[in-house]
Design a protein around this ligand. Structure first.
Ligand code: AVI
Length: 347
């Protein structure tokens, strides 16, 4: 009888949840049923998590932002010349568009800027600032999750598109997801090009330290995902019951961030309970690192070829210009063959 009442209670509870909330809950539970258990890195980015990420970018150990900016600064005119004039710049996951400002200032007559981000308020504020700074630039902000198909507004210039995807965000997707995303961005670029930030394989100690800093900011960032889950889904994760761990997985060529359970414990999520063994890891993020060859092969699988690579003297990070490989584009991928000239067509 008690079991029937519990089951009915569950149904009633489920009925009270908003369908979006139910879908979110179902996807979290699906990840927690995997071995190893997983949550999506999107759980890092609530208000506090976004501030912690900004702090991470300033840490001495977190070389990625600093090195990428130094490459961009040092090679700006070369990069601008290589991508050409009159561009429509599309930026998935644009955030505050900080790096973009530098690029837009260096480009010759940029025609339009299309930032795409799920954080709608920040997106609009950043778009407004750019409209004020560049009075001839058309700015069309799109509030969307860039990993799902999104469409570019009608008014945006069709030709000469450049997808700008800095920050090594591509590393947070596993290979099949990354190929899918790069293919999607190739269709968005419509025969144009992409400028992408790619983190490179280097000394394991440098990579691990970048994700396990001495001040504990990355640990706080990782544990904050549990607080975020609790707030959104009403779960009862106890962050003090977990500790942060960053490990280098050489076979998969990635840093993995884990939340390791300090003891055997039960966590309630919605109407379910998930059991953690003592020492069991919950994977919260993958951050893949590439060699020039592994990245070029992945890009090729998504129909891009590498046009140019800019790197720092230690070759820790790279900015790469990808060009849509027209030979791999099917008739369904309008825009390359039909509408916009490919570099090889115009040469
Ligand atoms: C957003 N992304 C590229 C960061 C990275 O390096 O993978 C997220 C991050 N995780 C821990 N520190 C930073």
């Amino acid at each position: 009888m008690a079991a029937v009442e519990r089951a009915l209670g569950r149904l009633a509870d489920a009925g009270r949840r908003h369908p979006d909330e139910q879908a979110l809950l179902a996807s979290v539970l699906e990840g927690l049923r995997r071995r190893p258990k997983r949550i999506s890195p999107v759980w890092f980015y609530d208000e506090r998590g976004s501030c912690l990420f900004d702090e991470i970018c300033e840490l001495p150990e977190y070389y990625l932002t600093r090195v990428e900016l130094s490459i961009l600064r040092g090679r700006l005119s070369e990069i601008a010349a290589s991508v050409g004039p009159d561009l429509c710049v599309i930026e998935p996951g644009s955030g505050t568009s900080t790096k973009t400002r530098m690029l837009l200032d260096a480009l010759e007559r940029p025609a339009a800027y299309v930032p795409v981000d799920v954080a709608c308020e920040h997106l609009e504020a950043a778009a407004e600032r750019l409209r004020r700074e560049h009075d001839r630039l058309k700015v069309h902000a799109i509030c969307a999750d860039f990993t799902a198909p999104f469409s570019i507004p009608e008014g945006a210039p069709f030709r000469n598109r450049l997808v700008y995807f800095p920050g090594s965000t591509i590393g947070n997707f596993d290979r099949s997801e990354a190929v899918r995303l790069l293919s999607h961005l190739r269709r968005v670029a419509r025969g144009g090009s992409m400028l992408i930030g790619v983190d490179m394989v280097k000394d394991r100690r440098v990579m691990v330290a970048a994700y396990d800093d001495a001040a504990g900011v990355t640990a706080a960032f990782n544990l904050n995902a549990l607080e975020h889950l609790n707030r959104r889904l009403g779960s009862d994760f106890d962050p003090a019951g977990f500790h942060h761990r960053a490990v280098w997985n050489a076979v998969a060529s990635r840093i993995e961030m884990h939340l390791v359970s300090r003891q055997r414990q039960l966590v309630r999520i919605g109407d379910d309970f998930v059991c953690f063994a003592a020492g069991e890891a919950l994977v919260s993020e993958y951050s893949h690192k590439y060699t020039p060859q592994t990245f070029a092969a992945m890009a090729a699988a998504a129909g891009w070829h590498v046009g140019q690579v800019w790197t720092d003297p230690r070759e820790w990070f790279s900015l790469q210009r990808l060009v849509a490989d027209c030979s791999s584009i099917s008739a369904g991928d309008r825009g390359c063959r039909v509408h916009a000239p490919c570099p090889s067509d115009t040469a």
